[in-house]
Design a protein around this ligand. Structure first.
Ligand code: ADP
Length: 638
């Protein structure tokens, strides 16, 4: 069919593509080989998509279902072509898919990179995908025809800001990616180079990756007169063996790692993997990986492709949200089940109870593996926890069935840990005093604020451990935990802390009586700010501190609501005073001498300001504070 020549349309790459191309070309130098893996992955995905769509529209196959990816070398034109007979792309898909970056994680990463210097190697975690072609090619053409359509298109670019699209001729469906190799990338025309890379990165790809190679045939027997002949034959380069279906003892660590990189597009080795077969109510094989680094898109759950679903070794989908709970979204891997129908659709999967059983099994396996690592190899677990602990914590709030198991996996700094050390709830319980009924914790903005809090004074004196909760999500975790191994969790900045013996309680009562007038006076002066002024034995060194009442909101919670843009009505706190502090004596003396003295008023303000500063808050009237302190200094210095 003769096509009327139409002028090529010219397009600009989106800014983020330009940034990505710049990175790919200038920074990923040492990883050049991966372009082939990326393009083969794309070709394999395109075939998978065609196969799935053809389940409901067999015409798309155009009577040919011999799925294949072919590598074509041409020394004369110095081109390497990757040809697939997958789904192909329409005109609009071409300009959309190969002109923008759809993945939010990659976009977020690029934005971050502009702001501060991130490790550019991290880009590998999102897969540079198609654009990696420009590492080895100074110009790339894509000739593609969408299955079921008659129109073919040619996309061309040198990777410098623009690309063009023009009509093309293509008889077979699918895409040809034509790479005009750079002068320093001519190695990719060599048979053995390509063989090695395919074997290394793409051996397990389900579809055949073929290439024409020269085969030499030697004469049989001793017939020396016959000459050896060479023939060009098409050879399949990959074994196509599903790694997860092979026996564990036959798989090398290297193979596990390469497979991980293939499905995750991560450059770095995984931290750990789990390879197992489930038998019984539901049968499936699973190969799951924990990455060693948290990807940028960890907090964009929608864009995450985690565990790929296969049915009888055939790829079904890579974004099956029902396979794994959201709080385990960092897990990558494959699940292959014989118990699901091959033509399973997204809608069907929504109601499939088999899938729920698989999910349950996977969740248990992942949590129990983490527990074993925590118990047997703490340093390894800490590497995991540093990257994914926050996400795991989400599970406490949402997965009631497994809550207890998840809580056992959490780690926290405490008032007794040193440096980076972290402890489990179990360790804290094991270290408890015999008569200790509650697990104490303190929420704070960060560990330094927690460590220096006056609220800890009594606990230090009594040698009681307090857990520090410094993650915003910890507030939700706490609200879902309530207790651990029959010990209630108790915030030390809320309500009463009952740690005193009878004698101490008695003394406190007496002191209260003795200073009743003063306490009422302070209460009156601070009436607008605080709910109550009282003595407590919570403090040993400091004069004052602020606490919330039992069901009130502590400082940390208030800050969080504020950060989320939810203005909360100011909550009045309780001001607790240390009856044994010298300052109380000073206040009492001034009060007894002249309750109307302006100095007494200033002192009370200062005691209150100290409590505000100690909880890490800012003063409402810092200028007044400075003035009062300066006056005090002047008087003391006279
Ligand atoms: P990713 O594959 O991670 O989505 P890429 O940049 O590699 O990112 O590719 C962008 C998109 O271009 C793909 O999602 C796909 O829709 C399309 N694409 C790339 N290669 C092919 C191909 N060989 N056949 C059909 N579509 C393709």
């Amino acid at each position: 069919m003769a096509k009327t020549k139409t002028k090529a349309e010219q397009f600009e790459f989106k800014t983020e593509v330009k940034q990505l191309l710049d990175l790919v070309i200038h920074s990923l130098y040492s990883h050049k080989d991966i372009f082939l893996r990326e393009l083969i992955s794309n070709a394999s995905d395109a075939i998978d998509r065609l196969r799935i769509e053809s389940l409901t529209n067999a015409d798309l196959l155009e009577n040919k279902s011999d799925y294949k990816i072919k590598l074509i070398r041409d020394e004369k034109t110095q081109t390497l072509t990757l040809s697939d007979n997958g789904i192909g792309m329409s005109h609009d898909e071409l300009s959309e898919n190969l002109g923008t970056i759809a993945k939010s994680g990659t976009k977020a990463f690029l934005e971050q990179l502009q702001k501060d210097k991130q490790d550019v190697n991290l880009i590998g975690q999102f897969g540079v995908g198609f654009y990696s072609a420009f590492m080895v090619a100074d110009s790339v053409s894509v000739i593609t025809r969408k299955a079921g359509s008659n129109d073919a298109w040619k996309w061309t670019s040198t990777g410098e800001g623009q690309f063009t699209i023009e009509p093309a001729d293509k008889v077979t469906r699918g895409s040809d990616i034509i790479l005009h190799l750079k002068s320093d990338a001519q190695d990719y025309l060599k048979e053995w180079t390509l063989r090695d890379i395919v074997k290394k990165y793409s051996d397990f790809v389900e579809h055949p990756i073929c290439m024409d190679v020269e085969k030499t045939e030697y004469p049989e027997g001793d017939d020396k007169d016959k000459k050896q002949t060479t023939k060009i034959v098409e050879e399949t380069l990959n074994s196509q063996k599903a790694i997860w279906a092979r026996p564990k003892n036959e798989i090398k660590d290297e193979e596990y790692k390469e497979f991980y990189k293939h499905i995750s597009h991560d450059y770095t080795d995984p931290l750990q993997w789990i390879h197992y077969s489930a038998e019984g109510i539901i049968e499936f094989k699973a190969l799951l990986y924990f990455p060693s680094k948290a990807p940028m898109d960890l907090y964009y759950p929608d864009s995450i492709k985690g565990v790929h679903l296969y049915v009888k070794r055939i790829f079904i989908m890579d974004d099956c949200k029902k396979l794994i709970p959201e709080y385990l979204r960092f897990v990558k891997g494959v699940v292959d089940s014989n118990d699901l129908p091959l033509n399973v659709s997204r809608e069907l999967l929504q109601q499939d109870s088999q899938l729920d059983k698989i999910k349950k099994n996977l969740t248990n396996k992942i949590l129990s593996t983490l527990k074993t690592t925590l118990e047997k190899d703490l340093p390894e677990y800490l590497k995991f926890y540093k990257e994914f602990g926050k996400v795991l914590k989400e599970g406490v709030h949402v997965d009631h069935e497994n809550k207890d198991k998840i809580v056992e996996l959490l780690l926290y700094p405490t008032s007794k840990t040193v440096g980076d050390e972290l402890r489990t709830f179990q360790q804290v319980v094991d270290n408890m005093k015999e008569d200790q009924k509650e697990i104490y914790y303190l929420s704070a903005e960060n560990i330094d604020v927690a460590k220096t809090s006056p609220l800890l004074e009594l606990f230090r004196k009594k040698d009681i451990e307090v857990i520090f909760m410094t993650d915003p999500i910890d507030e939700w975790v706490i609200n879902s935990i309530f207790e651990f191994k029959d010990k209630k969790l108790k915030a030390i900045d809320k309500g009463d802390i009952d740690l005193d013996d009878e004698a101490t309680k008695e003394t406190l009562k007496e002191k209260k009586k003795e200073h009743e007038g003063l306490l009422t006076f302070i209460q009156k002066q601070l009436d607008k700010e605080v709910k109550e002024v009282r003595f407590s034995s919570r403090l040993t060194d400091s004069a004052s501190c602020l606490v919330a009442d039992e069901h009130g909101m502590n400082k940390h919670m208030e800050q969080m609501f504020k950060a989320m843009g939810q203005a909360m009505p100011a909550q009045k706190k309780i001001l607790e005073l240390n009856p044994d502090h010298d300052l109380i004596g000073v206040l009492q003396a001034r009060f007894s001498a002249d309750p109307a003295s302006s100095e007494l008023k200033d002192y009370i303000e200062l005691v209150y300001d100290q409590a505000i500063l100690a909880e890490g808050s800012t003063l409402k009237d810092p200028i007044g504070f400075i003035k009062r302190v300066s006056e005090l200094m002047v008087k003391a210095g006279r």
